[in-house]
Design a protein around this ligand. Sequence first.
Ligand code: HEM
Ligand SMILES: *[C@@H]1O[C@H](CO)[C@@H](O)[C@H](O)[C@H]1NC(C)=O
Length: 321
Amino acid sequence: MRNSGPMLILSLLLGFWVGANEAQMSYDYYKTSCPNAEEIVQRELIGIFLVDATAPAAFLRLLFHDCQVQGCDASILLDAYGSRTESEMKSYRNFAVRKREAVEQIKSALEAECPGQVSCADIIAMAARESVSFSGGPRIGIPLGRKDSRTCSLQRADAYLPSPSISVDGFLQTFNSKGMSLEESVAILGAHTLGVGHCLNIVKRLYDPSPADRMDYTFRAQLRLSCPTTVPLENVTFVSNDITPVIFDNQYFVELLMGRGLFQIDASLASDPRTLPIVRNFAADQSYFYRTFSSAFVKLSSTNVLSSARGEVRRQCSRAN
Ligand code: HEM
Ligand SMILES: *[C@@H]1O[C@H](CO)[C@@H](O)[C@H](O)[C@H]1NC(C)=O
């Protein structure tokens, strides 16, 4: 109750901000063209979540990896066809990205009800949004009306998807370019409250840490048990991002303060003087984290949205019409 006033004002402001975009998105975009769109997406997702408790983490990461390359245009879902293009999934940075086929399943359900209306980019955004609330996080209102790209780019995926050892400067620049404040940038990385990381992405920190790396001693010992070799012998072992990997809470920030951040960039947020006070505030006040994450999420999911002139509504998410 306490939060409904500020939330309302926030959504009005965001509505305004999104309205200023070139592409016309709105909160009731499918009101006439596909009135049950959101219910259909929710219904399909419940089935997916019930058989795979790790699916919400996958959908949330999928949104970031879609929006980070050419904008939120479902370019990550395009398969290679002919000799014209290579899938973004070939990028090393898309290692272990999952649930693309689940988006296709949701798309089929929507095509059965209202053919050619709901974009794959909107499905990715809705799936990520539902993943957050299903995991106990905030319920976030997002505008809809994204269009799907006709192209994808492996080169852009390689260039724009960040490395786990990106600097804090590079990290802040990445999210600042999406209109996020310092607080929102720290909040959006709180998405790492869900899911896992593979040894591949942490062995550097475990066996060849930078002198400034202040990883907790027992945490490092635990991780070395899970990832015993400097070059992983296989790619199946993974460790949780935080101790509650299926719950969207502020535990991630609590653990950052204990030196238990999994990736280099996670850990750096707790040592950089710009981000440390914000990490402390989120660790102390979950509802403040939720509010800030919500506005950051709307900005992330509105990155470089295509207008109808430049994009389309794909009939099948894995290929352009
Ligand atoms: C500088 C920014 C970021 C970097 C460097 C980064 C890096 C990573 C890495 C290396 C992994 C582990 C992949 C693996 O080994 O399986 C990961 C997982 C994940 N990331 Fe990020 N990430 C960033 C931002 C984000 C953002 C903005 C979101 C969402 C809003 C996000 C959501 C996730 C989720 C949910 C997982 C777990 C996926 C799963 O369990 O399948 N990340 N991230
Ligand atoms: C693990 O995956 C990475 C990235 O795709 C690849 O470079 C590496 O060769 C794989 N390692 C093994 C042992 O399969």
